[in-house]
Design a protein around this ligand. Sequence first.
Ligand SMILES: [Zn+2]
Length: 268
Amino acid sequence: MPELPEVEIFARYFARHALGQKIVRVDVRDERILGEIRADAFGRKLKGSTFLSVRRHGKHLFAETSKKDTWLHLHFGMSGDLAYYREREEEPRFARIVFHFLGEKGTSGGHLAFEDMRLFGVADLVSSPDAFIADRGLGPDPLDASFTFTRFAALLERRRGAVKSLLMSQEIIAGLGNLWVDETLHIAAIHPRRPIDRLTKNDQRAIFNAMRRLLKDVIARHERGADLPPTWLYHLREADARCSRCGGNIRRMVVFGRTTYFCSKHQR
Ligand SMILES: [Zn+2]
């Protein structure tokens, strides 16, 4: 399931293949992928415009078009993906939307498909990313330059409940999901059910640092196509695994409705 680092990779991919490209036609292959907009309006509004810039906030991708107040918004759900290709025959099986681009001197500029096998993703048009973020009440993006430790600590103030639930809540911090929250807490040595009001300043700092370092590290590894290290909790998500850090037992439980893995020895 794509979380912040995966969506960052989609944003970079989108920038590489779609920026500066003029849209000659949009094919909606399956209307169920659309948000509130109808397929004909979606295609009509994008036709003839050019993608100018791309922005990511949390798990959301936004692409600015040359039409005023018209941004493409993509959310990748469980199985969303992007695929750029030159020949029509290469269209992926689960393409739900295809953007056709105009190349030099009337040639084809290739095609970009938004794929989504399971259809939990969404494609929509929004007037601006900021309006969308405010409307949805999304929290700050943890990799934003303005996201400092002071700001993080302020988000935790007067909150209750398990630390994992808080980190998963998109209205508090946008972008983390099940996998990278578990990994963050494993690095920070914090139990997923630790109450937020029982975190010391040092604990808060450990979570903040682990989260930011992990997200940047995952992005860099995805970018290079590198594997994730075998020592990561990511590879230990099974019953009876041994913690690579302390040899403790990896345990499974449900937090925030999600299957959670943690080390029963060093995460307190
Ligand atoms: Zn451990």
